[in-house]
Each structure stands twice: as C-alpha cells, then as structure tokens.
Design a protein around this ligand. Structure first.
Ligand SMILES: Cc1ncc(COP(=O)(O)O)c(C=O)c1O
Length: 410
C-alpha cells in the first residue's frame, strides 16, 4: 500500500468529534441549538444583489483579478472607518483582510506556535481555536472564568507557574465579548487587569472579537485593542456573525511586525482574499448596510435570547447544580448540569427527542466540561426555541437522580 508519508502536522490533525457527531444526529425535524449560525431570514440579500451588480458595473475587471495579499485598499478604508465608529482606531494600512477569522486563527498558529508552546486560553474556549492551534502542537493552558470573564488571579498564577518551569506563553487568547461558548463578557475592571498582567509579563493578547457589535443589553465596553497603549493586542474581526458568514471575510489589526508576518503567511496560504467580495463589502459598509444589519440582528437576537431564557426557567427541573448564563449579546448561552450528568452520553437521547446542542467537552482542551453544553439561540425560530427547550428539559428531567423533581418554580 502507498505510504503517503504525512507530515507531523498532518498527524496532529483531528476531525472535530463533535462536528461529526452532530452530522449523524441531525434529522429534518430536529431542532438544533448546536450551530453558531446567524438567522438566515434576516440576510440582506437584496442589498447584496445590488452591491454585487455594482461591483461588476464599476470594477468588473479589477474585481475578477488577483488583489494585494493584505486586502483591497477600498475595503480597508471602509473597515477603518467602521472600526472608528465602534471606538477602535486603526489606519487602513494597519489592517490585513483575511478569509474570515478561522483563517486568522490558522495564520496566528503558523507564525507563533511551535510544538509544545504554551498558549493561554479561557476555560472553556472556542472549539475552532482548539482545533486550529492544536494542529501546530500548542500546549493549552486553560484559565477559569466566572460571570465576569477570565479570572485575573488565575491568569497571573498560570503565567507564574509557567515561568517557574522556564516557559513563557506565546500569547493570551481571549474572546472578551459574549464569549463563544459561554456567552460571558469580560468586565471593564477585568479588561484593565488583563491588560496590566499582559504588560507586566510582556505578553501578546489575541482578542477574537466576532460578537462585540451584537450587544443587545447593557453598556458597551471598549475592546482590549482600544484600551491597549502598548500595541500588544492583535484583534480579529469577522463579518460572519454581524453580517453573513458566506462572504468568508474578516480582518486583523495589531502590532505591525505581527501583521507583516501574517501577510507573508497568508501569501503562501491563499495569496489574497476575494477582491470581488471585498469590493462588495466595501460598498455595503459605505452605504451603512453593515450597521443597519447589526441593528436588525440585535433586535432579533435579544428577543430570541429572552425566549430561550424564559423557556429554560419554565421547563428545566429545579435541581441543584443546574444553571445557565444570561448573555448581554451574541448568540450563545452556556448550561451547567449537575456533575453526575454527561452531555455526551445524553446527546443520543436528546437527538432521539429531536433536539441537539454542542457538548461541553469540545470547548475544553483538557477534555473537561462533561456536564456542560452550549445552546445557540440565533438560528432557530422563537417557536422552535420554545419547543426545543421543552424537549431538552424532558431529557434532563429523565436523568435527574433521586426521583422526579418538583415542577419548576425558579
Ligand atoms: C470566537 C470565534 N472565533 C472565530 C470564529 C470563526 O468565524 P469565521 O471564520 O466565520 O469568521 C468563530 C465562529 O463561530 C468564533 O465564535
């Protein structure tokens, strides 16, 4: 048989067990709380159709050509203006356009991570990040979170522990706003402390920020990038959640030396992001359609989040050890079940009851999170959210130890 002689990186590649599991559990009548998808009913396809026609009319030949690796200058100008309106200052030349954040994660892995390198992440963290950095052999050092985000004391302890072993983390990777998966937001006070810890320990922060614009409650907090005075924050943005994921368009901004290396790494990955999509996106931002879409999304997601929270209160059994986060924005909430429950084992029962979620373990590099799960509320309709939570609550109820609980009262 042919010995394909794969590289050591190829040897580290893993199919996401969780994504595979979800594929087989999906039935047409199944209500899925598993994806991280925006609601397609609000995709502004007429505006996209018009912008698309305009690209061909005004920039036809150029839009069908290769473009600079760092991105179309017109788009970068529009992105810089959009960022400014969100409180983030960047010059167009400081921005690199990427094929969405997932490519950004891969490029970060390429330029920073050698096998065995420690990388600090939140516990839990985004599944796609674990997958991307694991391929480069990252040694994940997870730091616990509470309702205010990552816990600074634990962050500091982790850095000290590594230092005692003669190691320095490559960077601190954080999703400060409406984190995927937990829905939790890093508080203002903690933002300052995290920046201070990074500064004292001379560490880079990678701020992954797909959800910040989708705040539907509470006060807007500045990004770590905006608060940073030392150029130690590399911020990743994407249109996927605030506009649509189908464009595969994101951007990064941060320390110039890092952006420079990322440009080189991107050059060998895909040469450039689509000029056609880039120019179209530039028009959409210029015409205010991105901000309009953000408003539409927030108005819808706040209602959906409320429906899910109300349904959880109404249907979940009132038992010790059961709790869920209450997000102020974004697309997810995080459910913790009693420790004796296992969401991986429970998934088959949930799928049989025609409701699915993502099991907690995928979001922990160390395999913990067995009694936890992520629920998405942006994709299903309000009606499906109510039905789905009712089904899920029934599955949980069957697993309660020590007899049937009382009717929910909380
Ligand atoms: C925190 C985070 N980073 C990155 C991504 C990847 O998004 P995309 O590649 O669509 O921009 C996601 C998607 O769910 C995410 O939640």
């Amino acid at each position: 048989m042919l010995d394909l002689g794969f590289s050591s990186l190829a040897g580290r590649l893993r199919r996401s067990e969780i994504r595979e599991l979800l594929k087989v559990t999906l039935h047409p009548d199944t209500i899925s709380f598993a994806g991280g998808l925006p609601d397609p009913m609000i995709f502004p396809y007429q505006a996209v159709e018009a912008a698309s026609a305009r690209v061909i009319k005004e920039h036809g030949r150029r839009a069908l050509q290769y473009s600079p690796t760092e991105g179309e200058p017109f788009l970068k100008e529009q992105l810089a203006q959009f960022m400014r309106r969100q409180g983030d200052i960047a010059k167009p030349e400081d921005i690199i356009v990427v094929s969405s954040s997932q490519q950004g994660l891969d490029l970060i892995g390429k330029i920073f991570i050698d096998p065995g390198d420690p990388v600090i992440v939140e516990r839990p963290t985004y599944l796609g990040t674990v997958q991307a950095f694991r391929a480069f052999g990252a040694d994940f050092c997870g730091v616990d979170m509470d309702d205010d985000g990552v816990i600074p004391e634990e962050l500091e302890e982790t850095i000290v522990r590594l230092r005692q072993q003669g190691r320095k983390p490559k960077f601190i990777y954080l999703i400060p706003d409406f984190q995927n998966p937990s829905g939790v937001t890093l508080s203002m006070e903690r933002r300052r402390r995290v920046l201070d810890i990074a500064s004292r320990n001379d560490l880079l922060i990678v701020e992954d920020s797909p959800y910040r614009e989708l705040r539907f409650r509470g006060e807007v907090l500045p990004s770590l990038y905006a608060m940073d005075t030392e150029k130690r924050v590399l911020m990743m943005k994407t249109l996927s959640k605030m506009f649509c994921p189908g464009f595969r368009l994101g951007w990064m901004v941060g320390p110039p030396e890092a952006i420079d290396k990322i440009i080189m790494a991107k050059q060998m990955t895909d040469l450039c992001t689509s000029a056609y999509t880039s120019i179209m996106t530039g028009f959409l931002i210029q015409d205010g359609l991105l901000e309009r879409q953000i408003e539409i999304s927030k108005n819808l997601y706040v209602r959906k989040a409320e429906v899910m929270l109300r349904a959880l209160v109404e249907h979940m059994p009132p038992i010790d050890g059961l709790s869920w986060s209450k997000p102020d924005g974004g697309m997810f909430l995080w459910v913790k079940l009693p420790e004796y429950m296992d969401t991986m084992e429970m998934l088959a029962e949930a799928a049989a009851a025609k409701v699915v979620y993502v099991v907690g373990t995928g979001f922990f590099a160390d395999g913990s999170g067995r009694n936890e799960m992520r629920l998405n509320y942006s994709y299903p309709s309000e009606e499906k959210i109510m039905q789905g939570v009712e089904r899920l609550a029934e599955v949980v109820r069957k697993r309660v130890r020590g007899g049937q609980p009382q009717e929910a009262t909380q």
